[in-house]
Design a binder for this molecule. Structure first.
Ligand code: CP
Length: 319
C-alpha cells in the first residue's frame, strides 16, 4: 500500500479485516517494523481519537511520531497556488509540504472541507497536494470527503458484533447545532456498500449525499421505517451537499435524535457513532449509555485500523 485515502487503497476488504483482527490480538508482533522510521501527523483541524490512536498505532510498530497542529504554533499556511500572499498566511503549503516530508517517512494529514467551494472540497485540494509534493506515503486522517481510518474501524466493529452474515445497517442523520462535513457519512456509505450488508441511509429531505457515495444504498426518508429490524444504528450529522445549500444547516429537528423509543423498533440494534457526539442532540444519554452502545469499542478500534494501515505501508517500503 502506498497511500491510504479511501477504500480503493484496499484490494481485499475481507483480508484486511482478518489482518486487523490479528493486529488487535497481537499488537506488538511487528514492533521492529518501523524502527528508525518517523510518522508525522499534520492537523489542520482538531482531533482527540485520530491524534491519539494514530500515534499509538505507529508506536506499536516501533515508529517515532511527531505531531504538527498547523493552526497552533506553526506558520499559517496558504493552500491556494497563485495567491498574492499579503495577508496573514506566512508560508505556502508548496514549500511546507516538502520540508515536512524531509523529516519523516509517512505523513498523516487531517484537513476538513472548508465549505467555500464544493468543487475544491470534493477535489481534495489539500490532501492531493500532500500526495503530489511530499514524495512520501500519505494517510488521510479525515479529509474533505472521506474519513477512511474511521470507516475501517467501523467495519471491524460491525464484523466483531454482527450476528448474521447480512446484518441490516442504518446510517441515520441526526441534528447538530453546527455545520459539519459529509466526510464521515460519505466514507461510511462507501465502506458499507463494499460489503454484503443490507445498508440503508435515512435523513430528512435535502440532506442527500453525493450519488457516488450513496451508491447502491437504500435511501429511506422515514427514520422510524428505516430503524425497523435494524441490527446496527450508525448516527451522524452532516450538512447539505446539493446546490446552493452546500455546507448549510437545513434542519435542527430534534425529532431525528436517536432515543430509546426509536431503538425499540430495531432488532435490538447496536448503537454506533464516530465521536465526538453531542448528547441529547444526536443521541439521548439513555441510548449512548445503554448496553447496546458500542461507541467506546468503536473508538478503540481506531488504533487497530490505523495500525493495520501503517503496517501495510511499512511492509510496502523498500528495506
Ligand atoms: N472520530 C474521530 O475522528 O475523532 P476525532 O475527531 O476526535 O479524531
Amino acid at each position: 500500500m502506498r497511500n491510504f485515502v479511501s477504500i480503493y487503497d484496499i484490494d481485499n476488504l475481507q483480508q484486511a479485516v482478518k489482518e486487523a483482527l490479528e493486529v488487535k490480538k497481537t499488537p506488538f508482533a511487528w514492533d521492529t517494523l518501523g524502527k528508525n522510521k518517523t510518522m508525522l501527523l499534520v492537523f489542520f483541524d482538531s482531533s482527540l481519537r485520530t491524534r491519539l490512536s494514530t500515534q499509538k498505532a505507529a508506536m506499536n510498530l516501533g515508529m517515532n511520531t511527531m505531531v504538527l497542529d498547523v493552526n497552533q504554533g506553526a506558520w499559517k499556511l496558504e493552500t491556494e497556488r497563485g495567491v498574492i500572499m499579503d495577508g496573514d498566511k506566512s508560508e505556502h503549503i508548496l514549500e511546507a509540504i516538502p520540508v515536512m516530508a524531509s523529516y519523516c517517512d509517512i505523513i498523516g494529514v487531517r484537513s476538513f472541507a472548508r465549505f467555500d467551494n464544493r468543487e475544491a472540497d470534493y477535489n481534495e485540494v489539500v490532501l492531493n497536494q500532500f500526495i503530489k509534493y511530499s514524495g512520501k506515503p500519505v494517510v488521510s486522517m479525515e479529509a474533505a470527503t472521506r474519513h477512511p481510518l474511521q470507516s475501517f474501524a467501523d467495519l471491524i466493529t460491525i464484523e466483531e458484533h454482527k450476528k448474521t452474515a447480512k446484518p441490516k445497517v442504518v446510517l441515520t442523520w441526526a441534528p447538530h447545532p453546527r455545520v459539519l462535513p459529509q466526510a464521515v457519512p460519505n466514507s461510511f456509505a462507501e465502506w458499507m456498500n463494499a460489503t454484503a450488508y443490507d445498508f440503508v441511509i435515512t435523513h430528512p429531505e435535502g440532506y442527500e449525499l453525493a450519488p457516488e457515495f450513496v451508491g447502491k444504498a437504500k435511501v429511506e426518508y422515514n427514520q422510524r421505517k428505516a430503524f425497523e429490524g435494524a441490527d446496527f444504528i450508525y448516527a451522524k450529522n452532516w450538512s447539505a451537499y446539493f446546490g446552493d445549500s452546500y455546507g448549510k444547516i437545513l434542519s435542527k429537528d430534534r425529532s431525528w435524535t436517536v432515543d430509546a423509543e426509536k431503538m425499540a423498533l430495531t432488532n435490538n440494534a447496536y448503537f454506533m457513532h464516530c465521536l465526538p457526539v453531542r448528547r441529547n442532540m444526536i443521541v439521548t444519554d439513555e441510548v449512548i449509555e445503554g448496553p447496546q452502545s458500542i461507541v467506546i469499542k468503536e473508538a478503540a478500534n481506531r488504533e487497530v485500523s490505523a495500525q493495520t494501515v501503517i503496517k501495510r505501508i511499512l511492509e510496502s517500503q523498500p528495506a
